[in-house]
Design a protein around this ligand. Structure first.
Ligand code: SF4
Length: 709
């Protein structure tokens, strides 16, 4: 008789910010059978194509299995862990001693678990004494963070996924959720089908998401703020305001409305600037005005913009004006891209915040000193991603550690990033896979990290829900969890007492304790109810939403229905947004705008999803989409090859002629790289402009041209 198979391990999908629960059962051959966890409140057993193919991505092909160091001849050769860790620790210590703490930096990733992020942030901001730890989440949701902080006084998502089931109007802005957040899109489509909720999509492109919508506003790039300023003014004109909420819980209404009227004086002006028929604008405005249960979801079309923070606040203004926040079926809702973008920002992964959502204010810095017993806490924000890599190019950053991300593919002006990395005195790359484009940028030390299924920790999804990732496979080769790697380096730098962690549970307890440390209720992120978890409790921990001020409670389904914002006077702020203007407009030589994004079945730079033939069958090669009239103008044939060029680079792609594109705009997905396809790194074509508040780069509107190949 065959022995009974062990029960499946409950874990969390490592791809998008939906954070679906997964049941994984090792198959005995190094892989696993994977299905959705019916008990997880994010997905109730469903998985999208990427999640259901996770078991096909676990092979050791391409895995980084042991540390490596560059030798005297410049070759990367296998090294012992002790030697590699010593080299990293000595390199950072010597650089700090010679050039000061701001000459070093970490560039982390929304792929890291909260515990990994916590120790990396603690080492950089607490003990090295620099704010220079930023993350690829800067490319993902930094504008949402900044918009939340301006409006609410804190980086707080007010609602939860149940709101998507209970809304009567679902407005998706700059979001192809059908491909990028499929399980949430399925929930919304079900609501539309079964409850009759209306769905409005606002996007320059027609997408699979708009295929299911009641209304598509195919607006001109960058004009989202004009649209939502127009909506704000319309709501005021029609008396569709929540006067009591405005009076009791907000400030800045008059200034915000005056600016909105200035930017969008009437519907005709909105229609003209958005380049959308007036009737469509009027339909959207009237639906919003008459529907109490309205949720506005937004994603990278809003965030990845040189006006991203203003776009977020223009949306939030409309929800504050109508009091549609924190109540069932209402709210502005940021769809986070990555599995742990939220967890990373909770523990200080962004250069402009301390841990536990604290700012660089004197009392917060002092609190961090007391909590960590760290005399050297950074006293000012560090460099945000784009600036950070420019500081590398300028020689101001001399030692850099890149963790679990591939900036030579993903950052704007990626070729410049690649050149800058070669100038570093010390480049450390820790990752799960070898052979990435970043790995080819001459690192001095390469460290193998444990992958999904091999490590333990937590992630926080888009609705503030903390879920466990659990190990169910042995660690590959000599790979180690990121928290262990960072802690070992910290010990070798002389900080042994502060980094003496035996397990991720130790780190999580410390993080939870910090959220409640000297917290008088004026800080949003309170997970202190989890600070006393035993190792067994941590191992069992069910998905839970913060704030959790009392153990055993799920304290944070919705916030702000009755005010209680985290500003000094507990009132939300209307923001008087700026009149939007694209960072770069098309010209004679570069007459088009390049928009970038994702496809349904690939994730980031394809280091995992690229292993699944099933996923590759959906869209198997890089492409550029172009409107038929533009294709005619530029002599581009459907299915032929085309070269797209910008001021920063060029790529040869298969042409897809499609009515889904607006005229004057082309679209190319971001996933392919030199490691997966020649000449198709779209990041290398993207401009450097970024939002002045959030630092998030504009990745949706780069001047470009196209020619047949
Ligand atoms: Fe994973 Fe996102 Fe798909 Fe859920 S929706 S299975 S979290 S990729």
């Amino acid at each position: 008789n065959a022995p009974p198979s062990p029960p499946p391990v409950k874990t969390t999908c490592p791809y998008c910010g939906v954070g679906c629960g997964v049941l994984a059962r090792p198959d005995g051959f190094g892989g696993a059978q994977v299905k959705g966890d019916p008990d997880h409140p994010a997905n109730f057993g469903r998985l999208c194509s990427k999640g259901s193919a996770l078991g096909e991505t676990l092979s050791l092909d391409g895995r980084l299995l042991h540390p490596m160091m560059r030798n005297g001849e410049g070759e990367l050769v296998r090294a012992a862990w002790d030697d590699a860790l010593d080299r990293v620790a000595n390199g950072f210590t010597e650089t700090v001693a010679r050039h000061g703490p701001e000459s070093v930096a970490f560039y982390a990733s929304g792929q890291l678990l909260t515990e990994d992020y916590y120790v990396a942030n603690k080492l950089m901001k607490g003990f090295i004494g620099s704010g220079n730890i930023d993350t690829n989440s800067r490319l993902c949701m930094a504008s949402s963070v900044a918009g939340h902080r301006r409006a609410f006084g804190s980086d707080t998502v007010p609602g939860c996924y149940e709101d998507l089931d209970e809304a009567d109007l679902l407005v998706l802005v700059g979001s192809n959720a059908a491909w990028c957040h499929p399980i949430l899109h399925q929930r919304m489509a079900k609501n539309r089908r079964e409850r009759g909720a209306r769905m409005v999509v606002i996007d320059p492109r027609a997408t699979p998401t708009s295929d299911e919508a009641d209304l598509l506003l195919q607006i001109a790039p960058g004009m989202d703020s004009v649209l939502f300023c127009g909506l704000f003014a319309y709501l005021a004109d029609k008396g569709a305001l929540d006067r009591a909420f405005l009076r009791d819980h907000t400030a800045g209404y008059a200034e915000g409305l005056a600016r909105a009227r200035h930017i969008a004086p009437d519907i005709d002006a909105v229609a003209e600037r958005c380049e959308v028929p007036r009737e469509q604008i009027e339909t959207f405005f009237s639906w919003f005005a008459e529907t109490d249960r309205a949720v506005t979801l937004y994603s990278q079309g809003v965030n990845q913009s040189a006006q991203g923070t203003d776009k977020v606040n223009a949306i939030i203004n409309c929800h504050l004006a109508t009091g549609r926040i924190g109540k069932p079926g209402t709210g502005p809702f940021s769809l986070t891209g990555q599995p742990n973008a939220m967890g990373g920002r909770e523990v200080g992964g962004l250069a402009n915040q301390l841990a536990a959502h604290m700012d660089f204010e004197p009392e917060s810095i002092a609190r961090m000193r007391r909590f960590w017993n760290a005399p050297n806490v950074a006293e000012r924000p560090g460099l945000k991603a784009v600036e950070l890599f420019e500081a590398v190019a300028q020689g101001r950053i001399k030692a850099l550690w890149i963790m679990a991300t591939n900036p030579v593919v993903s950052l704007p002006r990626a070729d410049a990033v690649q050149s800058a990395l070669r100038q570093l005195d010390l480049l450390v790359v820790s990752d799960v896979v070898s052979g990435t484009d970043t790995m080819m940028a001459s690192p001095h030390v390469v460290l193998p990290a444990a992958g999904w299924g091999e490590k333990d920790g937590t992630v926080t999804n888009s609705e503030r829900r903390i879920s466990r990732q659990r190990a169910f496979l042995p660690q590959a080769g000599e790979a180690k969890p990121d928290w262990w790697i960072v802690s070992e380096v910290a010990k070798r730098m002389g900080f042994a007492d502060a980094f003496d962690y035996a397990s991720p549970a130790d780190i999580f307890r410390e993080h939870a304790a910090l959220t409640g440390f000297e917290n008088d209720g004026t800080r949003d992120l309170d997970a202190s109810g989890l600070a006393a978890l035993s190792d067994d409790d941590y191992a069992r921990c069910d998905p839970v939403q913060w704030p959790i001020v009392k153990a055993g409670t799920d304290g944070g389904k919705r916030l702000f229905a009755s005010g209680g914002f985290f500003t000094a006077d507990r009132r939300a702020r209307f923001v008087a947004v700026a009149d939007p203007k694209l960072a770069a407009t098309p010209g004679r030589l570069l007459p088009l705008l390049l928009n970038t994004g994702r496809v349904r079945d690939q994730w980031h730079t394809m280091t995992r999803t690229g292993k699944s033939p099933r996923l590759g069958a959906h869209i198997g090669e890089p492409y550029v989409a172009i409107h038929p009239k533009d294709a005619e103008t530029y002599d581009i044939a459907h299915g032929g090859f085309a070269r797209i060029s910008t001021l920063h680079g060029s790529a040869v792609l298969r042409a897809e002629v499609s009515e889904a594109q607006r005229r004057g705009e082309i679209f190319a997905p971001i996933h392919w790289s030199a490691a997966t396809a020649s000449d198709a790194r779209i990041g290398a074509l993207v401009q450097r402009s970024y939002d002045p508040v959030s630092g998030q780069p504009e990745m949706k509107a780069t001047q470009a041209t196209i020619a047949p190949v």
